[in-house]
Design a protein around this ligand. Sequence first.
Ligand code: NIG
Length: 352
Amino acid sequence: MLTLIPVWAGDRVHEFAMKLAGATYMEVHKAGGGINFTVTHTRGATEDQLLHLLLPRLHRMVRAGTTMAECKSGYGLDVENEMKMLRVLERARPLAPLTISSTFCGAHSVPKGLTAEEATRLVVEEQLPAVKAAVEAGKMSVDAVDVFCERGVFSVEQSRAILQAGRRLGFLLNFHADELNPLGGAEMGASLGAEAMSHLEEVSKEGIAAMAEAGTVAVLLPTTAYILRLPTPPARDMIEAGVPVALGSDFNPNAFCLSMPLVMHLACVTFKLTLNEALTAATLHAAHALRKADTHGSLQPGKMGDMLVLDAPRWEHLVYQLGGADDVITHVIKAGRVVHTRPNPAAPSATP
Ligand SMILES: N=CN[C@@H](CCC(=O)O)C(=O)O
């Protein structure tokens, strides 16, 4: 169960209100809000402050049944602050009972005062090598590279340059493609053999075919499509074409959701996934997006033994009871060890 950008300071409730009143995501972004608002606040926070904000978020995810998460950077946008975010994730590993897979997203937005071309060069020539050096020195573990490939952010060609540089350094590719505009990001990513791409609301038929051919996982993020009132991604076309579909919470200041059962519910209702498809998307396919399906994502001999115990006659209650996961889940088990028990065991059963 995966994908979020959990290390940040400064909420964006004011922008939520603007978007409810009709402002689009890119209108807020171009006015200097959105990601760059969070960058200012995250740059201004210390590592300790960011860790203090991160840990309760991770624990809240665990209580809602998440045992592994892809956590991205992306609110630093320069060497110093991207490394700070990655270090915070590193410090959180022993303090939170879930597996963290880190993704470097230094190309999440174009920092104030730079062109996209200049920012691309800095990501390739300064940030990626700094991340690689820290990994090689054993200071952190980073699995993947991400880019926000979008009109007004990084173009397809700039994104390609960043992803190729990441690939040369040995990272997995797991990036934002075709979210708000159909730019051909999926086709580009598939040509590089990207392991996963997210959002994909605007993916083309050709992009879906290319992803199926390349074995790329589609990471769909129903909270964001819902909050931004975007068209839904063609999930059924992807499934029919043989693209493995995964689900992510996409927790970030734009989409404040830490509950995968809620995400599964939204995916069933708005993206038309069946309950079984949503379960596979949130577990096995999610693990495969991170290339961790040999150890995570299903209950099989030799895997981690991550599981949930439910107080329900059928597992589907986890999704059916909208917003009710905290009551349905009685235990969260990580690597065979109970890491969360529902408070007040004397409470009446969650099953009606
Ligand atoms: N779309 C780009 N990135 C994030 C949103 C980040 C933000 O708005 O702070 C996402 O995946 O939803």
